[in-house]
Design a protein around this ligand. Structure first.
Ligand code: ADP
Ligand code: MG
Length: 193
């Protein structure tokens, strides 16, 4: 758990599926046999902010650790900085090799911030090493067709997406932000905003 570097602990037990109906509890439970990790497949959760993508990624990651899989969690900005620093220190290959020791790499919030071209290239190298070799969970607020925008390079985006989706379970999610919903409920019941 410590090595996984989760910023906070989110569990499946505390995920309210009645609030997030675009993904079924049955679908998520079926992932807990972790055949997708054994088969080197990826999970992608798409959708707007606040609908539980990161929560599910962390919760599934924690269940995977319970089953004995090695997991590492990155916010995509942290991953970008981690790989950039490795490139600057001439240790990119080593760092990617050590990341490949994990069964599951979680890459959270892929599409929130723009990536520099050199960072995209570093990420491509990671994806290339992980492809058909390890599993990833990716969460993103933009669909694949928009990835060219924040990757600042259509060709690299296509090559990255191609590898991610080859063996992949995609969960498009939608709905209202859970954070907003909670605040609105507080407001309705007389709480402070
Ligand atoms: P996203 O990654 O889609 O922007 P998060 O997973 O960060 O959203 O969710 C925002 C907050 O709301 C988190 O604190 C998360 O635990 C909580 N949350 C979101 N959806 C649910 C849900 N269906 N049940 C319980 N908590 C939820
Ligand atoms: Mg998130």
């Amino acid at each position: 758990m410590k090595k996984a570097r989760f910023p906070d602990i989110k569990t499946l037990e505390e995920f309210d599926f009645s609030c997030q109906t675009t993904i079924k509890k049955k679908q998520v439970i079926s992932l807990l046999d972790f055949n997708w990790i054994d088969n080197r497949e990826n999970l992608v959760f798409f959708g707007p902010s606040g609908i539980g993508k990161s929560h599910l990624a962390k919760a599934i990651g924690i269940k995977a650790i319970d089953k004995g899989y090695k997991v590492i969690f990155f916010n995509s900005q942290d991953l970008m900085e981690y790989l950039d620093l490795a490139l600057a220190k001439n240790t990119l290959k080593q760092k990617i090799k050590s990341l490949c020791k994990y069964d599951l790499i979680i890459c959270d919030e892929m599409s929130y911030i723009p990536w520099q071209k050199s960072s995209v290239f570093n990420f491509f190298q990671l994806i290339n090493s992980v492809y058909e070799h390890r599993s990833m969970i990716i969460t993103a607020n933009k669909s694949f067709s928009e990835w060219g925008e924040f990757f600042a390079d259509e060709t690299a985006a296509t090559a990255i997406i191609d590898r991610i989706i080859h063996h992949c379970h995609i969960f498009p999610m939608s709905g209202e932000s859970y954070r907003l919903k909670i605040q609105m409920n507080k407001k309705d019941s007389g709480g402070n905003l």
